[in-house]
Ligand binder design. Structure first.
Ligand code: DOR
Ligand code: ZN
Length: 430
């Protein structure tokens, strides 16, 4: 007898759609096909629903340990589950930073105890941990992260010589390095100019951290990858120029992959007026032109995936002056809804959604037995209803602080249930 059968759903992958039943036993997919007669402890009717390979968010900040007033493994993973996610990868800018194998193991163990879904981790590369890279891989790091420019947490880039060696080491280890790509000197210079001029209009943020800051840093990462053969990834691409540089590097044969986030795809300069410092994120949300370039980059495969950069802060940290407010917005619980709403508006297909939010992140980060739906592998699925309507209310979300940039936004299309390692999670309509 099966533990679970999901009947009458339509499986959607980048390869197309197929109506079928999916049977689950002992956490794994036991049978795939139509009209399976065998009994199951639980039968779910998914008629009218689309079944996607388990959605994942490979860029979250669950703030655990050290900043757990903003989020922790329990609350972050709960928000992820309510958002239809089946797996997330967490960032190393916690306290202390995740730069040693010992800290990575401690986080992994704590997450296993506290979280309601599996969490992977990026390991931070610093000036001092070149010799730790093998051990970090051994400890299970999904990839390495380098902050080329400082962001929240004020983490400095390794000196260029050390970094070049880190690229070589990563190439040898077969591990991808992801980049927060901004240029500090450019950001510091223009931020000081804007502050000295007394500018506090939200547009000042874009001038303080301009698109060239990202482009320059991306070009540097690409140059090091060209030199060393390392595989690289650009986190949260925000600008159109960067899309062009990544497209050129891919054409040249460099193993560079990229992600962007819902706030860059659905918001732009004009929204600062309405949202003010709520829209403060690093890198900055830019212009309508950049937004359209990001969509075009996704469509032609230059940008490979969507992640949220889920970066929760306390409500009081997201208020006040433009220069004082913290950068970052929560997102892990709402990205599937926002993207499904965009499916309904014709901006992408469900097949693309499956690729951008499951298949490609799994392939790029080497996540075994994820991103596909195959007999024998762990059962990870997200069922979505394209007609499910709702309004995003920060106050009804399930993280610890839930300050998003989309409060009050109506969406059509939402996840209805997920299966995570065989476990069914029903997402109530709210
Ligand atoms: O806006 C941001 N917030 N950008 C980042 O890169 C980090 C993040 C955070 O950790 O709050
Ligand atoms: Zn981030």
């Amino acid at each position: 007898m099966f533990d679970l059968i999901i009947r009458n759903g339509t499986l959607v992958t980048s390869a197309g759609r197929q109506k079928l039943d999916i049977a689950v036993k002992d956490g794994r997919i036991a049978a795939l096909g139509e009209g399976n007669a065998q009994a199951a402890a639980r039968v779910v009717d998914a008629a009218g629903l689309y079944l996607l390979p388990g959605l994942m968010d490979t860029h979250v900040h669950f703030r655990d340990p050290g900043l757990t007033q903003k989020e922790d493994f329990a609350t972050g993973s709960r928000a992820a589950l309510y958002g239809g996610m089946t797996y997330v990868v967490d960032m190393p800018n916690v306290k202390p930073v995740t730069s040693t194998a010992e800290r990575l193991r401690a986080r992994t163990e704590r997450a296993r105890r506290e979280a309601s879904l599996e969490i992977g981790f990026f390991a931070l590369l610093t000036a001092d941990n070149l010799e730790e890279m093998d051990a970090l891989k051994q400890a299970g790091a999904v990839g390495f992260k380098i902050y080329l420019g400082t962001s929240v947490g004020e983490i400095a880039a390794p000196p260029d010589g050390v970094m070049l060696e880190q690229f070589r080491r990563a190439a040898r280890l077969g591990m991808r390095i992801g980049f927060h790509a901004e240029n500090n000197a450019i950001n510091d210079y223009y931020t000081a100019l804007e502050q000295a001029a007394g500018c506090t209009d939200p547009g000042a943020l874009i001038r303080a951290r301009p698109d060239f800051s990202e482009e320059e840093a991306v070009c540097k990462a690409i140059a090091y990858a060209r030199e060393t053969g390392a595989a690289i990834h650009i986190y949260h691409v925000s600008s159109g120029k960067t899309v062009d540089r990544i497209r050129e590097a891919k054409a040249e044969g460099i193993d560079v992959t990229a992600e962007t986030c819902p706030h860059y795809l659905f918001l732009d300069q004009a929204d600062y007026k309405r949202l003010g410092v709520l829209l403060k994120v690093y890198p900055t949300v830019k212009t309508q032109w950049d937004k359209e370039k990001l969509w075009a980059g996704l469509a032609d495969g230059t940008i490979d995936m969507i992640a949220t950069d889920h970066a929760p802060h306390l409500p009081q940290e997201k208020q006040g002056g433009l220069w004082e407010a913290m950068a970052g917005v929560a997102g892990v619980e709402i990205s599937a809804r926002l993207m499904l709403d965009a499916v309904n508006r014709g901006r992408l297909t469900l097949e693309q959604l499956a690729a951008w939010m499951s298949e490609n992140p799994a392939r790029i980060w080497g996540l075994k037995e994820r991103g596909t739906v195959k007999s024998g592998q762990p059962a990870n699925l997200t069922a979505v209803d394209l007609s499910r309507r709702g309004v995003i209310h920060n106050a009804r979300l399930h993280g610890k602080t839930n300050v998003t940039a989309f409060d009050g936004v109506e969406t059509i299309g939402a996840p209805v249930f997920s299966v995570t390692g065989g476990k069914l999670f029903e997402i109530p309509l709210k």
